[in-house]
Design a protein around this ligand. Structure first.
Ligand code: ZN
Length: 421
């Protein structure tokens, strides 16, 4: 396992500084990159034609991993969280089939513990902890295979992550195993479940016949088309009574029914002809589809805006359920020189204080990658929380960017004039 060029005697393995003998000085496993909050989009449902999945190199998504070439020494392994979610179980299964990394050496490095040298004992492999115990030759530490494989983010047990050198305190192995509800024992259970092929998600998925998959796609496609039609017309989706007995079950379901009546192939797989848990008509599904469309529309708006400067128009109001809502509009000049005003969303705010409104705008800007430096104008009504000279939203934004000139909204001014007379 050592560098062929290293001439240090085996007993000095730990003191030798050559690359192979002293890899413990090398950087630890790469930290898992924080998961970017996924923007909901129609891509979740449909594979786009002509997109090359493998070209997305920012993550390891789509990169093929050679399961026979996974790092064997626990010290050299990447955290499981750094692999793409679709590959994790495959990698876990490959490691489980290989079993714990338990190399045997003629001589083990020694570590000094209060006047006594101690070293790793290979007999531990055959004792009660042998099913999970792993030894890294490179780091001279022990690891736990199961805790490594099923480690969750934020779970920092040393056996699953950075390894332990405790040759003088073997009881730490027992402490690591813990009681029946310990993380280690839960990981063991997950490992044995994963190896049971019948419970594998791939098997469950493969069990779905091509016919079922086709029917699901038809149902989803129709729900998306109906949602698009309703959104285009600005029509409500839901009805007051959506039960089977209702004479009108809301636009969404009624339009679906209509589609089913027109096309028999569709009618045979939607609503009551679909499995109860996959009708694609639940309110949450309707909302999810709408959110996907909203994201697509916003993507287009931000493409139109590009890296250019813009103004913001903000107004707040209570909705029918007395929740404070803030409407945000961007005003900008597009690439052809036309002035565009684009509504980018209603933001729910807990209260209408200046700080609360500002933090809601901060959050919105962060979400869409906008910067306060790009603001060249701001327009609000005359309320003190918005247009106040010292503590209004206007003043707070001006503090960040002095080019964000304020204009009292003309429509609000007109309304003041009209209501005065
Ligand atoms: Zn463990």
């Amino acid at each position: 396992m050592r560098d062929a060029t290293c001439s240090a005697p085996a007993s000095l393995l730990r003191l030798c500084a050559c690359a192979a003998c002293r890899p413990a000085l090398a950087p630890r496993r790469p930290q898992s990159t924080k998961k970017k909050k996924g923007i909901m989009s129609l891509d979740r449902f449909f594979k786009r034609v002509g997109t090359n999945v493998e070209s997305s190199s920012s993550t390891n998504k789509g990169l093929k991993i050679d399961l026979n070439d996974l790092p064997w020494d626990p010290f050299e392994r990447k955290p499981i969280s750094s692999y793409h979610p679709s590959q994790k179980d495959e990698i876990r299964r490959a490691y489980l089939l290989k079993g714990p990394c338990q190399p045997t050496m003629s001589v083990y490095p020694q570590t000094l513990y209060t006047n006594k040298f101690r070293k790793f004992n290979p007999e531990w492999y055959t004792q009660q902890h042998g099913n999970w115990l792993e030894y890294s030759v490179k780091a001279d530490k022990v690891y736990c295979l199961y805790c490594y494989l099923f480690r969750e983010s934020g779970q920092n047990d040393a056996f699953g992550y950075e390894g332990v050198r405790c040759w003088n305190k073997v009881k730490r192995f027992d402490v690591h195993v813990g009681d029946c509800n310990s993380f280690h024992n839960k990981s063991l259970k997950k490992g044995s479940d994963l190896l049971k092929e019948a419970q594998s998600i791939h098997v469950a998925f493969d069990k779905q016949t091509e016919k079922q998959k086709k029917e699901y796609r038809i149902r989803l496609g129709i729900s998306v088309k109906v949602a698009r039609g309703l959104l285009n017309g600005g029509l409500p989706f839901r009805g007051h009574d959506e039960s089977d007995k209702s004479i009108y079950r809301g636009h969404f379901i009624e339009f679906l029914k209509l589609m089913g009546e027109i096309n028999e192939e569709i009618g045979n797989v939607i609503l009551n002809n679909a499995p109860g848990n996959s009708q694609m008509t639940a309110p949450s599904i309707q909302k999810e589809i709408c959110n996907c469309f909203a994201e697509e529309v916003l993507k287009k708006i931000f493409e139109e805006l590009g890296d250019d400067v813009f103004s913001i128009l903000v107004d707040e109001s209570r909705d029918i359920s007395k929740k404070e809502q803030m409407a945000v509009v961007l005003r900008f000049v597009d690439k052809l020189g036309f002035v565009k005003e684009r509504f980018i969303g209603l933001v729910h705010v807990m209260e209408t204080t200046t700080i609360s409104l500002k933090s809601a705008i901060d959050e919105l800007f962060a979400r869409y990658g906008l910067s306060f430096d790009r603001i060249r104008g701001q327009g609000y009504d005359g309320a003190s929380n918005m247009s106040g000279e010292f503590n209004g939203l206007k003043a707070l934004i001006l503090k960040e960017n002095s080019s964000a000139y304020f204009v009292h909204c003309f429509a609000h001014q007109l309304q003041l004039v009209v209501s005065d007379h």
